[in-house]
Design a protein around this ligand. Sequence first.
Ligand code: AKG
Ligand code: MN
Length: 196
Amino acid sequence: MYDKSNHLPLDGELYCWRGFYSNEQADDWFRRLHSGLAWQQERLFIYGRWLDVPRLMAWYGDAGARYRYSHVDHDPLPWTGDLLHLRNDVEAACHAGFNSVLANLYRDGCDSMGCHADDENELGINPVIASLSFGATRLLRFKHSTGVKVDVELAHGDLLLMAGTLQHHWRHELPKTRRAKQARINLTFRRILRLS
Ligand SMILES: O=C(O)CCC(=O)C(=O)O
Ligand SMILES: [Mn+2]
């Protein structure tokens, strides 16, 4: 289902397919990804000490799809069968091609992602990024450079697509919340332009 109310006409494109996967399908994907992906605890050296990134992460993709996050270059793990299946579904829906996926596991509402734009050089000028959500409903907050904020609730089985000039004008974050007691898995499918 394509929810027109979540379309941002201003400085970028944002589309949301509510219930892209049914509840039962999403339950199954959540279980498989939770137990099947090679989740890593990334650490950051900030103000003279090491801090755990407040979520677990994993990077998969085509050979050479190197991506920098948490201040470190990451070489991709090879695609799993499940990730390829999900990629096919997402590519068919979005009419776009992806060669990599960043997986995030938010163990509960204390895990989060800080405000950022997905504007790394490797992704090109106007990247198309498709994001699947499984597990706990969480709020993704978009902040426009003018200060305008738009909150999008992402629920079990939803698919979100960011495109156009969105990453130039909007940043986004996944704030901590007391409401989420359960885990959430998010997959962001991306296209790395130059494979190393
Ligand atoms: O968890 C989310 O929905 C957002 C993830 C995200 O922004 C990212 O991986 O760059
Ligand atoms: Mn992002």
